[in-house]
Design a protein around this ligand. Structure first.
Ligand code: SF4
Length: 385
């Protein structure tokens, strides 16, 4: 039996956040309905190309804001997935996650998610400071978040992620520490913690390029570093394991969906702009909503198809696997590629071990604490031409 992940992209948002470069937009009810029909067509059509020995271990509704559409639409999509794919079943699988934003969920929606078999909720918070939320262009306050979080718990969800952001303009160590303390108090099972990146094409990028005063207030390198250390210290004291560069979980609550990305488990992405990794190819669906609605399930909507060669696959194995704090398994590398990891990456491994950025316990190669700090630098060294 082969493992398979499914990602479903719901591209709708109430309003664009200032830092967001995801494919998302505001839309009317008719367009949302047509989108769901197109999604269902795409799922049915793609399922024909997937052999019966694949079983679905994880499903993830991401966005955009999946919780902004009618919950019945989510249920309909899950019903189609269940009809056309075989789902793996045990106590932990399939893990079915939906991303929700505060102010877009209510008890009724959550009860439909429950009925539909969703067992993990990922809530976008980013900060508990209302000034920071406003600056980011979020549609909610911290109080709105608390209301949604309480509803999620009342509805019986026992696996909840909270997203947190650092390095926000004007953010001070004090306000960031308050966010960390508040999140720990709320006691979610999982926390994703990322630094703000100013991506091209976003309102933040425009202001940044224009040298807007706001961006002279970005946390300094030292403050950024202090936030980074504080995050890892506080979460670890509170019983969270840092199992990936930016992800923390209580025992037994790793995100199975994200872990399968780092483990190179094949996945199918459905929806406008969604990415897939299947049949040794990586590809993206077209990123135009109107065209997607017209063509999904009728024509080939894939773009940017990249067929991976052996070097690509070995590089990916390393740079994705090293994101996990457990690191990469040498025996697994050999099973997958027949060569030993030392034969292919010996020089890089030696260099980073010497610089104390990489550790080798005989079976696993993993980033050291210092290596995690500068993971981008170390990981990029494992790219083969
Ligand atoms: S809610 Fe998420 S997807 Fe939507 S605009 Fe904000 S950051 Fe982007």
């Amino acid at each position: 039996m082969k493992r398979l992940g499914i990602y479903v992209h719901i591209p709708f948002c109430a309003k664009k956040c200032n830092y967001c470069d995801f494919y998302s937009l505001a839309s009317g009810e008719d367009e949302k309905k047509s989108y769901i029909e197109a999604l269902k067509r795409e799922i049915k059509e793609v399922s024909k190309k997937v052999s019966a020995d694949y079983q679905v271990y994880t499903i993830y509704f991401g966005g955009g804001t999946p919780s902004i559409i009618k919950a019945d639409y989510i249920k309909e999509v899950l019903d189609v997935i269940r009809s056309y794919f075989q789902l793996y079943k045990d106590d932990f699988y399939p893990e079915i996650t939906i991303e929700c934003n505060p102010k877009t969920v209510d008890i009724e929606k959550l009860s439909i998610y429950n009925e539909a078999g969703i067992n993990r909720i990922s809530l976008g918070l980013q900060s508990t400071d209302n000034d920071e939320l406003k600056l980011l262009g979020r549609i909610h306050t911290y109080e709105d978040f608390l209301e949604s979080y309480e509803m999620v718990r009342k509805s019986g969800f026992k696996n909840v992620n909270i997203d947190l952001m650092s390095a926000i303009p004007n953010q001070k160590i004090k306000t960031y520490e308050k966010s960390l303390n508040e999140i720990i108090r709320l006691d979610p099972e999982h926390i994703s913690s990322y630094s703000l990146i100013i991506e091209e094409g976003t309102p933040f990028f425009k202001k940044y390029s224009e040298n807007a005063p706001l961006f002279s207030e970005l946390p300094s390198e030292d403050e950024d570093r202090e936030m980074y250390v504080l995050t890892s210290e506080k979460f670890s004291k509170a019983g969270y394991e840092r199992y990936e560069i930016s992800n923390y979980a209580k025992e037994g609550f790793y995100s199975r969906h994200n872990t399968s990305y780092w483990d190179r488990v094949p996945y199918l992405g459905f929806g406008v702009g969604a990415s897939s990794f299947f049949g040794n190819e990586r590809y993206k669906n077209m990123a135009n909503l109107k065209e997607y609605i017209k063509k999904a399930g009728i024509e080939d909507i894939r773009e940017e198809i990249i067929k991976l060669n052996l070097n690509d696959a070995m590089s990916e194995f390393m740079f994705l696997g090293l994101r996990k704090t457990i690191g990469v398994s040498k025996s697994e590398f050999k099973n997958n590629f027949t060569f030993s990891v030392e034969k292919i990456f010996g020089k890089m491994i030696e260099k980073h071990i010497k610089n104390k950025l990489l550790l080798d316990n005989g079976e696993f190669l993993r980033l050291s604490e210092r290596g995690l700090d500068i993971s981008n630098y170390v990981i990029s060294d494992f790219l083969l031409d």
